[in-house]
Design a protein around this ligand. Structure first.
Ligand SMILES: NC(=O)c1ccc[n+]([C@@H]2O[C@H](COP(=O)([O-])OP(=O)(O)OC[C@H]3O[C@@H](n4cnc5c(N)ncnc54)[C@H](OP(=O)(O)O)[C@@H]3O)[C@@H](O)[C@H]2O)c1
Length: 245
């Protein structure tokens, strides 16, 4: 039985990961800001076989609560083996362009709050010389594009931060797994027209659980995004800046 802390547990992708773990009889501690929603998910996970489900409600932008939330998770689970960090917001690029305040709020939610949680978790796992930290970044962090560079900047921060963290922690037997999804059909993207490149959250969740079990490092989900982003990354800036991406 694994003891798993899920931060941002009302996310569609997180919920599907939790269902997989519940079916395996794992113990889950769910952190989210919407109390009613997280209670519904917790009840469902118990029915699905989780050995234990506990919850903690907070807005993750309240970073003063981060130490407390990790201590509560430790106490609830009797120690944490895996932490999955999934919360995020898809920034409105156009309104961010008109508002420094909104831009920084997006960076706060999608990068700074995550970096705070990564740092505190890393120190706990380093001290006990075990554990897996998994965080959802995005292909959007691979190269800034006009259509979503505020969100992309935040995700690039998370990807770079986890790259350094992974190197630091490899000698402490701690895995750091960075997930880079492409387009996923979840509430976050409800307003988008869906096409061939889109996948369902369940398939992303299956990839996440496999990546954690396999102690992977950086994982594109689905894998074809590795090729797409490779092409986008190697395009010379002279050409790239003229493209409508
Ligand atoms: N969907 C995609 O195409 C896609 C692609 C690449 C990466 N991702 C990343 O995947 C992760 C999961 O997103 P999703 O697709 O599963 O979307 P989702 O279902 O909309 O989940 C986003 C979650 O983040 C939570 N959240 C946002 N701000 C928060 C805050 N300040 N405090 C606490 N919780 C907060 C939301 O809580 P509420 O329900 O209370 O609002 C929601 O549960 C995100 O990091 C996202 O950036 C998604």
């Amino acid at each position: 039985m694994k003891r798993i802390l899920i931060i941002g547990a009302t996310s569609a992708i997180a919920e599907h990961c939790a269902r997989i773990w519940a079916a395996e009889g794992d113990a889950l501690h769910l952190v989210a800001r919407n109390e009613q929603h997280v209670q519904v998910i917790a009840s469902d996970l118990k029915v699905r076989g989780a050995s234990e489900v506990t919850t903690y409600v907070t807005d993750l932008n309240n970073m003063d609560k981060h130490e407390e939330l990790l201590d509560v998770a430790d106490a609830a689970l009797g120690g944490v083996d895996i932490v999955l960090i999934t919360h995020g917001t898809l920034s409105n690029q156009k309104s961010c362009e008109l508002s420094v305040k909104e831009t920084l709020a997006e960076i706060q939610t999608n990068a700074l709050s995550t970096i705070s949680l990564l740092t505190l978790n890393a120190n706990k796992f380093e001290a006990k010389q075990s554990g897996t930290i998994c965080v959802i970044s995005s292909v959007a962090g691979d190269r800034g594009r006009a259509s979503n560079y505020v969100y992309g900047t935040a995700k690039a921060m998370v990807t770079a931060f986890t790259s350094g963290l992974r190197q630091r922690l490899q000698k402490s037997n701690v895995s750091v797994v960075t997930i880079k999804p492409g387009f996923v059909d979840t509430p976050m993207t409800a307003e988008f027209k869906k096409g061939l490149l889109w996948v369902k959250p369940i398939s992303v969740a299956e990839s996440i659980v496999r990546a954690i079990d396999g102690k992977k490092t950086e994982v594109y989900v689905p894998q074809f995004w590795f090729v797409i982003m490779l092409i986008i990354k190697i395009l010379p800036t002279k050409i790239f800046k003229r493209l409508d991406l």
